[in-house]
Design a protein around this ligand. Structure first.
Ligand code: NAD
Length: 459
């Protein structure tokens, strides 16, 4: 690394500097692309079973270091220890799942006259993964694991605030026996290291997760080279509660659907839409549920919610919640650390900034609706379309609303949305492309069609 600048990594629960990491500049990115390109050629030439075996070994090594990775995530990202353990386990599972795909990455044989037609799925080459700070480990692995499995090399640019788990994962990859330079981590600033990766002609695809603003810029830069791009951007997802739902269950599940990870979750259900006839009862049930959320030291097993990632994120969240707004407010620690209490706002204009923009903090709005059509219109009234939940006992309604809401990931009577073996991605300005699921590896290949004549050479 050129050592031209450094990143200070803070513990968001204490504001202490826990590490200083050199940041990558254009020359570092260029050197990394050259090394990765060589490693990729060797990797793609390995027998599929050998690539799969090495990725499985990587998964085992991650599993052996699960607690260490989780503790690192708690320290640099402020995640609760329970979540952080799940996240490290998720990396292991993503690697295992991708390894299972190596020998199943099959093309097609298509009927044609006078010969045989087959499709070959070939690796893209060097893939750049630009990860955010909200789920540093899982999101890095969403791109990295299937890209490697499909025969590519990966350059991972973690977020400025959370480079430590990524750097550790690169060490573990080497320990597991992955070829040197196949998976490299380039910590650094988005506008320096990230930008160089996007512009580099040797990078065949960019997988970006982060803000819609930066995603749009990256898409425009990729267009210049017709570079492949997957974007996972923001969300402002609805949690639609019909009067016929199990209101107790809906109210009990609502808090962590937007407070998990302190609301720094692109799938957070931050627009709680409640049918007017059930509105008062729902708020009555929601109030104690919000007030009982435990906010505090993320390393304590009993904590439900930790701090926000940074001072900048805290200021951003504060800018949305003005003193004149009514609602339910939970408790948060005072003193050092980037703390913000669980907050549910009522009586908000459905067009207000806080009701339509992604706050990325522990803040939700509750909005009433009258009927199904009204609920769907309200749910669709944002530029985003990532996730959403529908609470009802009416199966027909659950299906109708699932079809009408323009979002990539919906759940009925539940808030689950991200599983590594089901597809994930956004409609509208929430993104382009899909990650995870059975087609994850295909997204890191080019399809080549080959026709082989059986007619013999012309005489
Ligand atoms: P961001 O989009 O700036 O950062 C995400 C990643 O992109 C980081 O690795 C960053 O270094 C990199 N990056 C930034 N500028 C870049 C550029 N010009 N070229 C290439 N890479 C670049 O996000 P942020 O500033 O950390 O957060 C701001 C807001 O974005 C949040 O408040 C939230 O609304 C949203 N966000 C969404 C997600 C998500 O999962 N959808 C994740 C993080 C942030």
């Amino acid at each position: 690394m050129s050592q031209l600048y450094e990143l200070d990594v803070l513990n968001p629960a204490t504001e202490e500097v826990i590490a200083t990491v050199p940041g990558a500049v254009e020359q570092d990115v260029d050197a990394a692309v050259r090394r990765a390109s060589k490693a990729q050629t060797t990797w793609a030439a390995l027998a599929p079973a050998d690539r799969a075996r090495l990725l499985r070994r990587f998964a085992v090594v991650v599993d052996e270091h699960r607690e260490e990775l989780a503790r690192l995530e708690v320290r640099e990202a402020g995640h609760t220890i329970g979540n952080a353990r799940w996240e490290a386990g998720n990396v292991r599972d993503l690697l295992d799942y991708a390894a299972g795909g190596v020998e199943r990455l099959t093309g097609r044989q298509i009927p044609v006259a006078g010969g045989l037609d087959v499709t070959l799925l070939e690796p893209l080459g060097v893939v750049g993964v630009i990860a955010p700070w909200n789920f540093p480990m899982p999101i890095a692995a969403w791109g990295t694991a299937p890209a490697l499995a499909a025969g590519n090399a990966v350059l991972l640019k973690p977020a400025e605030t959370t480079p430590l788990t990524a750097l550790r994962l690169a060490e573990l990859a080497l320990e597991a026996g992955l070829p040197e330079h196949l998976f490299q981590v380039l910590p650094g600033r988005g506008d320096i290291a990230g930008d160089s990766l996007v512009r580099h002609p040797g990078v065949a695809k960019i997988v970006f997760t982060g803000s819609t603003r930066v995603g749009k810029r990256i898409m425009a830069l990729c267009a210049d080279q017709v570079k492949r791009v997957t974007l996972e951007l923001g969300g402002k997802s609805p949690n639609i509660v019909f009067a016929d739902a199990d209101l107790e269950a809906a109210a009990a599940a609502a808090p962590m659907s937007f407070l998990d990870n302190s609301g720094q979750d692109c799938c957070a259900r931050t627009r709680v839409l409640v049918q007017r006839t059930a509105y008062d009862r729902f708020l009555e049930l929601l109030t104690p549920a919000i007030e009982s959320v435990v906010v505090g030291d993320p390393a304590d097993e009993k904590t439900d919610m930790g701090p926000l990632i940074s001072r900048a994120q805290l200021d951003r969240v504060r800018s949305y919640v003005t003193d004149d707004l009514d609602g339910i407010r939970g408790k948060a620690p005072e003193g050092p650390g980037f703390w913000y209490p669980p907050t549910v706002l009522t009586g908000v204009d459905p067009h207000a900034r806080v009701a339509v923009e992604e706050v990325f903090g522990p803040v939700a709005v509750v909005l009433p609706f009258d009927d199904e059509a009204d609920a769907v219109a309200l749910a669709n009234a944002t530029e985003y379309g990532l996730s959403g939940s529908i609470w009802t006992r009416d199966v027909g309604r659950a299906l109708r609303v699932s079809q009408a809401v323009r979002a990539g990931n919906l759940s009925v009577n539940s808030h689950s949305s991200v599983r590594y073996w089901t597809p994930f991605g956004g409609y509208k300005q929430s993104g382009v492309g899909r990650e995870l699921g059975p087609d994850a590896l295909t997204a890191f290949t080019e399809t080549k069609n080959v026709f082989i004549s059986t007619e013999g050479p012309a005489q």
